[in-house]
Design a protein around this ligand. Structure first.
Ligand code: ATP
Ligand code: MG
Ligand code: MG
Ligand code: MG
Length: 476
């Protein structure tokens, strides 16, 4: 069986042999880009090069990029644990051309890599192109020999890629793997007609041709370029003959570790246990990588995303019987599994474990009380014939018990309730106004908060480790 680590190496070597510079992953905090909360694709570190604002010493590059999709245009948090293919944190394998090769070579390289190097059976592969991209449609036939009936034309939603509301963008073409009849979601199952996992999207080749402005207008880039992205977890699952990313080697190790710690068995005790194990595996990866890149739990911005992930994973741990603190252990397991390729994990492991433990301890103090309150509320609502949790309750859980909205949603949804999110946000807004009105200046900023804001301003992008600030790196 080919491991995910081997696939990563083979990918980078393949593109190196085609004249690409092997470039390291950039950090999860985008460098000098206020438009983006997190790095969400391989092209992010090359954005200025695509826009013609920065020259590099090479015109072809290849990377395995750390990505997070938990905010902004690309947000997969809700999908985690539900689909077999989405993670918050994942690795995107990519090759890039900066005004060098274009559609024809991008298609040839991708096809050669997956069918000759990885030896995926050609008959299981399907292609999508942007609806009026006749050129790409023809190239898939002439360069790769894909029959026209396996090439589908789709619209903007699927086959026009953009990083966010502004920035480089362009039409794209994607490669899908048919995982088999047994994965079908029903009579409407098909490419572009459903969103299930049967026709698994594995690789997106973007023809970078435009820069999108905030008002939606698109101007042509100085040089048409190529940006591709293939999820390592998805291609690993396909190569290993499994239908879920979570069954690939990358995830089996962390799922097995967590299951052993909790004394449960994956895929043997029902959905509830399996979902919990998947969410903990997914979030543990995100947590370990976020902290290694300098993000700390806080009440806003990137730090709040981290806090939400820790607390959500912690609650799922409780569901499978874990007690005390345990997430720092699963996060450390990620260091074991991935530290060879990402040394920043090893360098910051001790600090990372302390940050997670503290956050677990803090949440552990209020979790039970908050859950009891929520259960009581749901019982009362049921008696009153209502199915909506009020914004006020959700806000009280947030404010007094530290429950991020995700947790209230998770619990409520499982019992058939919906949460009044607009009401929650209105209460939040009100509180912010009150705090603003009451603030008279002064007050001491904690080290962690100051450090976090420096990071958010991009001033500390050279961050290499926390070890030197041991003892003072406590979070507020
Ligand atoms: P999907 O339609 O499955 O949500 P996408 O179209 O949003 O994927 P792209 O933005 O095209 O994904 O990203 C390029 C590639 O990155 C995808 O083809 C996939 O292999 C991988 N990928 C995207 N999102 C995720 C995710 N949340 N977890 C794991 N891999 C992902
Ligand atoms: Mg998506
Ligand atoms: Mg897609
Ligand atoms: Mg896509």
């Amino acid at each position: 069986m080919i491991t995910a680590n081997e696939i990563r190496t083979r990918f980078l070597n393949y593109f190196k042999s085609k004249g690409h510079e092997v470039v390291s992953s950039s950090a999860l905090i985008p460098n000098d880009d206020p438009t983006l909360l997190f790095t969400n694709a391989g092209m992010v570190q090359f954005k200025k090069t695509f826009l013609g604002q920065e020259k590099r010493g090479y015109v072809r590059a290849t990377t395995s990029q750390k990505c997070l999709r938990v905010g902004g245009k690309h947000n997969d948090l809700e999908n985690v644990g539900r689909t077999a293919r989405h993670h918050t944190f994942f690795e995107m394998l990519g090759n890039f051309s900066f005004g060098d090769y274009f559609k024809k070579d991008a298609i040839r390289f991708a096809w050669e890599f997956i069918t000759e190097d990885l030896k995926l059976p050609k008959d299981n592969l399907y292609i999508t192109v942007y609806k009026d991209d006749d050129e790409a449609h023809a190239l898939w036939q002439s360069e790769a020999g894909v029959p026209a009936e396996r090439i589908f034309r789709l619209g903007e939603k699927d086959n026009f890629w953009s990083m966010g509301d502004t920035g480089p963008c362009g039409p794209c073409t994607e490669i899908h793997v048919d995982q088999g009849e047994h994965m079908t979601c029903g009579p409407d199952c098909g490419i572009g007609t459903c969103d299930c996992d049967r026709f698994l999207e594995i690789w997106n080749l973007v023809f970078m041709q435009f820069e999108q402005a905030a008002d939606g207008t698109r101007t042509p880039l100085p040089n048409p370029s190529i940006d591709t992205g293939m999820g390592l977890e998805r291609i690993a699952a396909v190569c290993q003959g499994v239908n879920s990313n979570y069954d690939s080697d990358l995830f089996q190790a962390i799922i097995g570790f967590t299951a052993d710690m909790a004394g449960v068995r994956y895929r043997q005790q029902g959905d509830e246990v399996d979902t919990a194990l998947r969410v903990i595996a997914d979030h543990s990866r995100a947590i370990a990588f976020m902290i290694a890149d300098g993000i700390l739990p806080s009440n806003e911005g990137r730090g709040y995303v981290l806090r939400r992930l820790i607390r959500r994973a912690y609650r799922f741990g409780r569901l499978i019987g874990l007690t005390g603190t345990y997430l720092h252990k699963t996060a450390l397991k990620i260091v074991d599994i991935m530290g060879d390729h990402y040394p920043e994990l090893r360098d910051n492991a001790g600090f990372m474990a302390r940050v997670v433990t503290e956050e677990e301890e803090r949440f552990n103090k209020t979790l039970d009380k908050g859950l009891t309150l929520l259960e009581d509320e749901l019982t009362a609502l049921t008696a009153a014939g209502s199915t909506q949790v009020s914004g006020e309750t959700a806000f009280r859980l947030y404010d007094t018990y530290g429950f991020p909205l995700d947790i209230v949603n998770d619990v409520a949804e499982k019992r058939g309730f919906v949460v009044d999110e607009a009401g929650f946000k209105a209460h939040m807004q009100e509180q912010k106004q009150r705090a603003k009105a009451a603030w008279k200046g002064g007050g001491k900023e904690t080290l962690a908060a100051r450090f976090q804001s420096l990071l958010e301003e991009g001033l500390c992008s050279e961050f290499t480790g926390y070890e030197h600030m041991q003892g003072e790196g406590r979070i507020a």
